[in-house]
Design a protein around this ligand. Structure first.
Ligand code: WTA
Length: 661
């Protein structure tokens, strides 16, 4: 791990060369939700009571007794005794406040069709679907899996689940059949909402076929509901134990479903994410803490106001979409834009066309998208009037200063602050970023930890490092949006994330996100990247072990090592080094089978950039694969010391093979 950090440090030097700073524009500060820098001190002094400010953004059916319960640390509990319903907070209360006719979701399909749901419409459909789910037998605490692309029925299903107290588990639609089955089996989920298909670059994709294949691998009975997205474009058969979404909604039209009062600590949803080991982890988020935190950060960092039109271009299949397309924005009663497709369809100005057409005020995207926009050139944003924009955000991976400045200039017209937000599936919401109405911006550095977030950089012994030195990012105090555990696996929750330090006064639990970072003299954190075996492909987390086990599952493969190599657009790309069984030929057909094996097991996002056949992997004398060398080879870096290897000669041979094929 230390080596990982060292290497990242070199990259960083390049990144922060000629550090420039930018002040938030006056026009932004004048109207910002948070403008007083004393908030940092106030949250520190009043911690954990400060988090009442987050809880106060919600309506509670039953007030909470205690802000933070730490008896069973690290199984912290937030807002204990409180009761609330997430769907009530995202819908009913706005309708009651007179916002029935305000747009809640503005959706654009890839082919240009649009749908607008007002808060009133959304509430009606959520109630109808919630009634249908109940009729089908869904009870409180049953996990409902949602395997859908970016169509309005996805947030509707999420909110319908939340309404009746059934946690949802959204599986990214780009994941494979096998990935769906693994998640459904792991969560014992007996209900599934899916769709017939959707559009990608103008083509109708068959999603139902993939779903059915997945369902055949689920080891219990499943009741499914199918949204008809494609109509005549793709006919589908419902099959056994399956229902049509529209039929159900029509049948239950006008139903009134009381939102169930959930305990603050009751699970709102599960979200599977990749870790170091092969099996994805089911991250558990709660109703009170998570929703308060997503809403608070949407207010303080994204500066969302009810009258805004806000657009986050992530997919709801990932945590960013959960917190910052659905829960945070809707809890604040704003208009959230949803786009089904890709940024370059039908043309490379699609995003800017959406910003112009909807007069988007706030735009939140990923560095991988910005790198693509840069490559395509300024002519595309220049075709459109982007003057409605007030704030820009990024998430998912480090953004280099060049991309930051491009975003600032060509999208924000040097008039919008940028928030570079560091956080994770596990943190539920943003943790390290500037407050846009308060802080100076430093391109390349995410910013200081948010008020009330105790993020520090430590060395291997857990001691804080000096400013400028690289170390491990840690969070030393709990926060409301934190994951509570891993589904059905408390032990793994502790071993993956927490370390206990004892001194005379108390035992302290420290959270390790598995990222390397640096802090500067002003307390700004620069995130260097993962220090575990997780790679970040276009802002999507992939476990190298998951990919390796998919490859080893292909017949004829003996061993595989997967690493991330630098990639201009994706940030990192998957490189697979593969040893074949004796007698197997390293043919293109074999390579294809390996790639297909990965796509089948995980999905196209995990598709290896290169499959390199090799007779051996570089190993230390104790038999450990030297991943760092493989990463250097993949990234085209100079190769470091190989003298500690048992088989140093293999390194050059592998390096020769990369890019040869
Ligand atoms: C990385 C996405 C640098 C980081 C919300 C983290 C970032 C992982 C940033 C979580 C950022 C996310 N700067 N790195 N602004 N945001 N990361 O769970 O490595 O999909 O641990 O959550 O993405 O990915 P996840």
């Amino acid at each position: 791990m230390a080596e990982e950090i060292e290497e990242a440090e070199v990259e960083l030097e390049a990144r922060l060369e000629d550090q420039e700073t930018f002040e938030p524009p006056e026009s932004f500060v004048e109207q910002a939700n948070v403008t007083d820098e004393s908030i940092y001190e106030e949250f520190e002094e009043e911690w954990p009571q400060c988090w009442e400010q987050a809880a106060d953004l919600l309506e509670w059916d039953e007030p909470y007794d205690t802000v933070l319960e730490d008896e069973e640390a690290p199984f912290y509990e937030w807002f204990t005794g409180g009761e609330l319903n997430a769907s009530y907070n995202c819908l009913d209360r706005h309708v009651e406040d007179g916002a029935k006719n305000r747009a809640a979701i503005k959706w654009e399909g890839e082919l240009g069709e649009t749908r607008t749901y007002t808060y009133g419409d959304l509430l009606n459909e959520v109630e109808a679907f919630a009634a249908a789910l109940r009729d089908l037998g869904v009870e409180e605490d049953d996990v409902v899996t949602l395997y859908m692309p970016m169509i309005p029925e996805l947030p509707i299903a999420m909110l319908a689940c939340a309404r009746i107290g059934a946690p949802h588990s959204v599986v990214f639609a780009g994941f494979s059949a096998e990935a769906l089955a693994t998640r459904m089996n792991s969560a014992d989920s007996e209900y599934l909402v899916t769709c017939d298909g959707y559009y990608r670059r103008g083509d109708a994709l068959n999603h139902k076929e993939k779903t059915d294949k997945g369902l055949r691998q689920v080891d219990h009975d499943v009741t499914s509901i199918v949204v008809d997205r494609l109509g005549d474009e793709l006919t589908h058969f419902l099959g056994e134990n399956a229902y049509d979404y529209d039929d159900l909604v029509t049948e239950h039209e006008g139903a009134s479903v009381e939102p169930v009062s959930r305990d603050a600590e009751d699970m709102l949803f599960l979200m599977y994410t990749s870790g170091t080991t092969g099996k994805p982890k089911g991250v558990k988020h709660t109703t009170g803490g998570y929703l308060s935190y997503a809403t608070w950060t949407s207010h303080a960092v994204l500066d969302i106001e009810p009258e805004d039109t806000y657009w986050c271009s992530a997919d709801i299949g990932w945590i960013t979409g959960h917190s910052y397309i659905v829960y945070g924005p809707l809890a604040l009663g704003t208009t959230t834009v949803m786009y089904e497709g890709t940024p370059d369809y039908p043309e490379r100005d699609r995003f800017w066309e959406i910003v112009e057409n909807h007069r988007v005020d706030i735009f939140y995207t990923a560095p991988t998208a910005i790198r693509a926009f840069m490559k395509w050139g300024a002519e595309y944003p220049e075709r459109h009037d982007l003057s409605s924009l007030r704030l820009l955000g990024t998430v998912g991976e480090p953004i280099n200063p060049r991309a930051w400045k491009w975003y600032y200039k060509y999208i924000g017209n040097e008039e919008c602050p940028i928030v570079d937000t560091w956080w994770q599936t596990e943190t539920g919401g943003m943790m390290v970023t500037t407050l846009p109405g308060v802080c100076t911006m430093k391109p390349g550095s995410a910013g200081p930890p948010l008020p009330g977030v105790d993020a520090r950089i430590v060395d291997a012994a857990g001691e804080e490092v000096e400013p400028g030195e690289a170390g491990y990012l840690t969070v030393q105090k709990p926060w409301p949006g934190m994951l509570r555990t891993l589904y059905d696996n408390d032990e793994r929750f502790i071993s993956e994330y927490w370390q206990e330090y004892s001194d005379e006064d108390a035992d302290e639990w420290v959270y390790f996100p598995e990222d390397g970072a640096k802090i500067d003299g002003d307390g700004y954190v620069t995130v260097l990247g993962r220090v575990d075996d997780v790679i970040n492909v276009s802002g999507h987390r992939l476990g190298t072990m998951e990919v390796e086990s998919a490859i080893v599952g292909v017949s004829g493969v003996a061993e595989a090592a997967v690493v991330g190599g630098d990639h201009d657009l994706k940030g990192e790309a998957v490189y697979a080094y593969v040893i074949l069984e004796d007698g197997q030929e390293p043919t293109d057909a074999m390579r294809e089978r390996i790639v297909d094996g990965v796509v089948d097991a995980i999905g196209p996002i995990a598709r290896p950039e290169e499959v390199v056949f090799t007779p051996e992997l570089p190993k230390t004398r104790s038999g450990k694969i030297m991943r760092r060398l493989l990463e250097d080879i993949a990234s085209g870096n100079e190769l470091g010391n190989t003298s500690t290897l048992r088989n140093p000669e293999i390194v050059d041979e592998i390096a020769q093979r990369v890019g040869d094929d």
